[in-house]
Design a protein around this ligand. Structure first.
Ligand SMILES: C[S@@+](CC[C@H](N)C(=O)[O-])C[C@H]1O[C@@H](n2cnc3c(N)ncnc32)[C@H](O)[C@@H]1O
Length: 480
């Protein structure tokens, strides 16, 4: 594990106080290390709990799936269906067996607290713990099975590094996922950092990078098993760390190159992320991006999606010179090389290279940073809704066999997740109180009257998440 990391608050170097703990003397913050992977986020215990819940959901989904399929056909399954379901259940279980080997450190680290729910704070923070490994398995197939599409994108990135990197000291691959790209560049740099919010994904990636024999089954090719490729031997290794790309645990000016692949389109506010990338790059360092077009937080979809011509005027004020700015096509998660009937998703991609201008500070940009709600004065801020974003609460009633069902969902910007009734009630009460007039203190006081055990910390956690992860709320000083 690299010791280049700094505290996300104080930006001071971290000290290793135990094998599994890093500490900042200045801020007093402590960061756990799970199986060699440091968890360098604002609230590591919340992230561990959310990661663990996500892993538990993957485990239970196999049996739930079987029960659902059987319940659908109370008259009994035909032989054809029985064979098909048996194949799926067998493949899902086989995947679980493989993944379980890598999740033991997570189970241990999350420990006793895992099954105790933090309620709405957990619900919201789950969105701040990266993507579910269940979905991310497809990215392992993309990165580690000699896919021609992966060869294209990693070839593009390495050739951009060869042409534009100021030196070969350090590279940070943000949203590294299955870590194929991080591995593809490891021999080019003295240090390679693979950053992701999803601990389960990094735990599996760690095994693949170490050359473990990993066989996974994929629905896209009829649940056929695929053996992941082992990386070629190398004297260097990728340093894996769990961190939020908007609050990187790197000292300013650390990186010669930052790579973002299929990440920037997910960011609530790409300019905030770009400011953080600018901070960690050294002057003259380059940022290589390859992703679906980014979206602007303040504009409704689909209008908020950037055209390629919008990219330079957005990022030049951050302090970048645009070196290259292209549009191309990419087939994401393409299974065609693994099966003649395998398909992928044909997508528009922006591919840009930007260089940090030599002067240290973004010159012309008004301060626009991640909203910190750490100061006591934050309670006087007025919260308002972001006009272009929507929160929806839906009761989905299904009339069908073997019985009617009803469930609740919370949707943000059109993406829905299952929610408990208490989460939905809290969400409704909260959104009604955010009216552009009430302060955080006023909103908390009204909410806390109706909800038991609702601490001020939990409220701030939720408000931060609504701002940082969902982009649905903003704050302003009462005067402004
Ligand atoms: C679409 S996947 C792309 C993975 C990889 N870059 C690739 O192209 O194959 C997005 C990845 O970004 C991670 N991610 C999402 N939000 C993040 C954040 N705020 N900080 C760090 N990682 C994040 C997810 O966990 C996931 O692994």
């Amino acid at each position: 594990m690299s010791m280049d990391y700094v505290c996300i608050d104080s930006h001071q170097p971290l000290k290793r106080t135990r094998d599994d703990l890093l500490r900042c003397e200045r801020s007093g913050r402590e960061y756990p290390v799970v199986s060699g992977i440091p968890i360098l986020v604002d609230d590591p215990s919340l992230l561990l709990r959310a990661s663990s819940r996500s892993w538990n959901q993957i485990k239970s989904s196999v049996e739930t799936k079987r029960a659902e399929l059987e319940a659908l056909l109370p008259g009994g399954l035909s032989e054809r269906l029985q064979r098909r379901i048996a194949r799926e259940i067998h493949a899902r279980r086989a995947n679980l067996d493989v993944i379980s080997r890598y999740m033991t450190p997570l189970d241990r680290a999350a420990g006793e607290g895992v099954n105790t729910s933090g309620g709405a704070a957990d619900f919201l923070s789950a969105h701040g713990s990266g993507w579910s490994l269940d979905w991310m398995l497809r990215y392992f197939a993309q990165d580690w099975t000699s896919s021609p599409d992966f060869a294209t994108v990693s070839g593009l990135i390495t050739s951009m590094i060869e042409r534009h990197a100021p030196d070969r000291e350090a590279i940070a691959v943000l949203g590294a996922g299955a870590c194929g790209t991080a591995r593809a560049v490891v021999d080019m740099f003295d240090a390679t950092h693979g950053v992701d919010l999803s601990l389960p994904t990094l735990l599996l990636a760690r095994g693949v990078l170490a050359g473990d024999d990993v066989v996974l089954n994929f629905e896209e090719i009829g649940w056929k098993p695929v053996r992941l490729q082992k990386p070629a031997p190398s004297a260097r290794s990728v340093d894996l760390l769990v961190a939020d790309v908007n609050r990187l645990p790197f000292r300013s000016g650390l990186a010669s190159v930052v790579v973002t692949q299929y990440l920037m389109d997910l960011m609530v506010d790409p300019v905030v992320t770009a400011l953080e990338i600018h901070r960690v790059l050294k002057p003259g360092g380059v940022w290589i991006n390859f992703s679906n077009p980014m979206k602007l937080r303040e504009e409704p979809l689909p209008y908020g999606v950037l055209d390629i011509a919008d990219v330079p005027p957005l990022f030049e004020p951050v302090g970048f010179d645009v070196v290259q700015c292209d549009e191309t096509r990419f087939t994401l998660l393409n299974f065609a090389h693994l099966d003649p009937a395998g398909v992928g998703s044909f997508q528009k991609v922006h591919h840009t290279v930007m260089r940090k201008r030599p002067e240290d500070r973004p010159a012309s940009l008004a301060p626009r940073t991640r909203r910190s709600l750490d100061e006591p004065s934050c309670w006087g801020l007025v919260a308002h809704r972001v006009a272009a974003r929507a929160v929806e609460i839906a009761r989905v009633k299904t009339f069908g066999s073997p019985h009617d069902r009803s469930r609740l969902q919370i949707g943000v910007n059109g993406e829905f997740s299952e929610a408990s009734s208490s989460d939905a009630e809290l969400c409704e009460a909260l959104m009604s109180l955010i009216d552009g007039r009430r302060t955080l203190d006023g909103i908390y006081t009204s909410l806390a009257e109706g909800v038991s055990h609702f601490s001020r910390e939990m409220f701030l956690e939720i408000m931060s998440s609504m701002h940082d992860n969902f982009g649905v709320v903003d704050f302003r000083n009462p005067a402004g």
